[in-house]
Design a protein around this ligand. Structure first.
Ligand SMILES: Cc1cc2nc3c(=O)[nH]c(=O)nc-3n(C[C@H](O)[C@H](O)[C@H](O)COP(=O)(O)OP(=O)(O)OC[C@H]3O[C@@H](n4cnc5c(N)ncnc54)[C@H](O)[C@@H]3O)c2cc1C
Length: 236
């Protein structure tokens, strides 16, 4: 794979909730950008005369139109996330990559469990798109923790997948549910223990902030899973 510098332009962007945007980029000049689902790019920008780099997971599987998506959380006072949030269609970005080893195992394991919080869903969306782009025979779980119902990124996509594929189990869980919410509540850890104990041939992919990943890894280890059954990507 070519890790050199690339350029892409923003084709489309929209809010997915009040703090998060979905970006669709297209490579400039028809250049090809090859990556594995789950990998990230390193975005290079210049702010006030200083060069800054930030990693962002690619939120889509490789596709024929040579485009890729990002899913970005706006951090108050975040330098690069604010810059990205202000991009308009047609604007260009420079980046290098792809990087990282957080990637779907081939062939898929008998049970693939994906655990994400917030924008940690980005590389997992890429892996799920790839997994379901061809026939396979594994049991798949997505345990997705967010604060409120509004924060369930890509909810319709995952709900459609759950309708279409009986082997796909979608477990969104809210830490601050509204009174009308009848679904799962609490942190992802609780549902990892509830749904994923004793699964033969399980491999878990965990993405989000360090604290959640450490807690989830601890639960898997307490359930007797080997460390090798876990892959993770820490955002902080
Ligand atoms: C491999 C990898 C992939 C990533 N993929 C994504 C992605 O797909 N989408 C995405 O939105 N982010 C992702 N991140 C996080 C991203 O790289 C930046 O850290 C984030 O956008 C903040 O950068 P900033 O310049 O806006 O904030 P900064 O100016 O660096 O920091 C602003 C403030 O926010 C705090 N902060 C920094 N990072 C975080 C964080 N992640 N969560 C909470 N507080 C933070 C800092 O301590 C500081 O107080 C990823 C990180 C890694 C390591």
């Amino acid at each position: 794979m070519n890790h050199s510098r690339h350029e892409a332009f923003l084709r489309n962007v929209w809010y997915t909730n009040e703090r998060t945007k979905h970006f669709q980029f297209q490579m400039s000049n028809g250049h090809r950008f090859e990556f594995r689902p789950g990998q990230f790019i390193s975005l290079d920008i210049e702010l006030d005369g200083r060069k800054i780099r930030r990693p962002y997971s690619i939120a889509s599987a490789p596709r024929a139109d040579n485009g890729f998506d990002l899913c970005l959380n706006m951090l108050p006072e975040g330098r690069v996330s604010s810059w990205l949030f202000n991009l308009k269609p047609g604007d260009k970005i420079a980046f290098s990559g792809p990087f990282g080893f957080f990637s779907l195992r081939e062939p898929p394991d008998p049970v693939s469990a994906f655990i994400a919080t917030g924008t940690g869903i980005a590389p997992i969306r890429a892996m799920l798109q790839h997994l379901y782009s061809r026939p396979h025979s594994s049991e798949v779980w997505l345990i997705f923790g967010v604060r409120t119902e509004n924060d369930i990124l890509y909810r319709q996509e995952f709900e459609r997948m759950a309708e279409q594929y009986p082997d796909f189990h979608f477990v969104p869980t809210l830490s601050r549910p509204s009174p009308g919410w009848t679904g799962h509540t609490g942190y992802v850890q609780r549902h990892v223990v509830r749904y994923l104990a004793g699964k033969k041939g399980l491999h878990a992919y965990i993405c989000g902030l360090r604290k959640m990943i450490d807690d989830v890894a601890h639960e898997f280890r307490a359930m007797g899973y080997d460390r090798k059954a876990l892959s993770y990507e820490k955002y902080d």
